[in-house]
Design a protein around this ligand. Sequence first.
Ligand SMILES: [Zn+2]
Length: 248
Amino acid sequence: MTTAPAGEAPAGATAETPAVPLPRPRPAEKPVSPAAAVPAGEVYGPPKPETHAAEPTKPVVPRIYQTACPAVLLGRVEATALPPIADGQCHAQSPLSVTGVLANGRMVPVSGGVQTDCGVASALPAWVESVDSYLLSREQTRIAELVVGTSYMCRNVNGGSSGNLSFHGFADALDVVGFKLEDGRFVTVEGGWANATSPEGRLLRFAHDSACAQFTTVLGPEANAEHHDHLHVDLGCHGKTCTARLCE
Ligand SMILES: [Zn+2]
């Protein structure tokens, strides 16, 4: 048996082709995890999340938690949802832009750019319907439009420089200026309240008193000088158990 000298090709091999081919260089192998060793088509656990390191990550938009208003869902109030209000101590998480309320089978327009919460919006249809029914029976006309002055506004009670925050600062109050009627009249608190026995004076007093059945606070011209030209309505809590009403 002949043995080729070290460094020389064995017998039968040429100088260009070594008799024992050398393996090609291979990339370093990663350690095989048990999951990767599972045969294709078989699953032994939750799939591994795919990672796309090269893709830019999308910014996470935090969810804004707001609540729906059943009176809007049921079609009793015509309104669109507004973003939350956060203005110092004033705030409203789910304010609405109210443009109409259902009364006696039709949508009565509400003007004035009303921003209010679901509670006040939900109390409006029954009140407006009662005033509308009064007009129909006593004046043979109906409400063409409910005219509102101030709704949401971050201010103190009666606009004072000090004192408690008004419920207007929580979108939980409305200042009703008056009623436009289908017969063409525009009955305002400022112009119609003083003459208590006139049709306008009677209408406004009926509106004031019937509001006390739907809201917990109703303030009109008899309450104080600040309310000489509007009816303020809100759903503020009165009494230890929130069951009292303030109707002035
Ligand atoms: Zn007010």
